[in-house]
Ligand binder design. Structure first.
Ligand code: SAM
Length: 281
């Protein structure tokens, strides 16, 4: 089947199994991180989902993620992308890196983006406060060409470090901010419209961004409550238009490479204000 503009309730792997091959243009997701449900520190609430457990054996967790990632590969058209938000974790001092299981999937890993959330959840001193998450850009090659097309400069200039805070005004325990999927959809699809999938859709943020940018969407979540909440959020999608418009306004080319080379003041690589002022580099 090829659903369109639907939020589907159920286990994502089972639902994805029913989908046709090669019809999704772009997927974006933040899966459950399997972080355990206790000892999250005092700054934020524990992440406790309505239905799903976030505390299973790490081996089983990674096996399940690989299966879901490969199903998404199957339903994605060649040339399509998948942005997978995750983070580095530790279990009893041993580091767990998403690259461990991503390399076992069918996807080509195109980029690792750092998401600087500017806030730490667990303020303890075993490590420097972890305020970053990662976003993996995964790519399904066309005819084995793993390089693919270039991004337009106005998108690529946003750099591989994204700085915005996590979402706060949302009843879901672990939503990402609307700017995150908005940036991805606008950069990858540009002015084209496509089919955007989120296999762990939670409060529906990815679908909201897709709708506001004129694309079609499919969301999947195991929790009936979250599906209902996401559907309600989508009904009121115009309330969120300002956030997406603001993100779009950041996708500009202020100076071409030639302008910079000719010495018109700003000789830095990065757009002023995007990360660090260029004269500091
Ligand atoms: C990190 S949250 C996603 C939040 C989402 N990005 C947002 O902005 O609201 C992960 C979601 O995965 C859902 N989930 C967990 N296991 C699932 C499964 N097996 N199938 C489908 N959804 C699942 C949870 O209910 C939760 O809403």
């Amino acid at each position: 089947m090829k659903p369109k503009n639907k939020i589907i309730q159920g286990d994502t792997f089972r639902i994805l199994k029913k989908f046709d091959d090669d019809f999704v243009d772009l997927s974006i997701t933040s899966p459950p991180y399997n972080k355990g449900e206790k000892h999250k520190g005092w700054l934020v609430k524990n992440v406790k989902y309505n239905i799903a457990s976030d505390n299973i054996s790490e081996e089983i967790y990674q096996e399940q993620q690989i299966k879901v990632l490969d199903e998404i590969f199957r339903v994605t058209r060649p040339g399509g992308s998948f942005f997978y938000n995750h983070k580095t974790r530790w279990t009893r001092g041993k580091m767990l890196h998403p690259i461990e299981w991503l390399q076992k999937t069918k996807w080509t890993i195109r980029q690792e983006i750092i998401w600087d959330r500017m806030i730490a959840a667990n303020i303890r001193g075993w490590r420097f406060w972890q305020i970053d998450e990662r976003i993996y850009w995964l790519y399904k090659p066309i005819d084995n060409n793993k390089i693919g097309k270039e991004l337009k400069s106005k998108h690529a200039l946003l750099t591989s470090i994204w700085r915005f805070p996590p979402e706060r005004k949302n009843g879901h325990p672990a939503p990402f901010p609307l700017v995150l999927p908005a940036r991805i959809i606008y950069s990858i699809l540009d002015d084209k419209k496509g089919m955007v999938l989120d296999p762990y859709v939670g409060s529906g943020t990815t679908c909201l961004a897709a709708k506001l940018l004129g694309s079609n969407y499919i969301g999947i979540d195991i929790s009936k409550k979250y599906v209902k909440d996401a559907e309600n959020r989508l009904k009121n999608y115009l309330n969120y238009k300002k956030i997406v418009d603001e993100e779009i306004s950041k996708h500009i080319v202020e100076k071409t490479f030639m302008d910079r080379k000719n010495g018109n003041g700003n000789t830095g690589k990065y757009r002023k204000g995007s990360i660090i002022q260029s004269n500091l580099l």
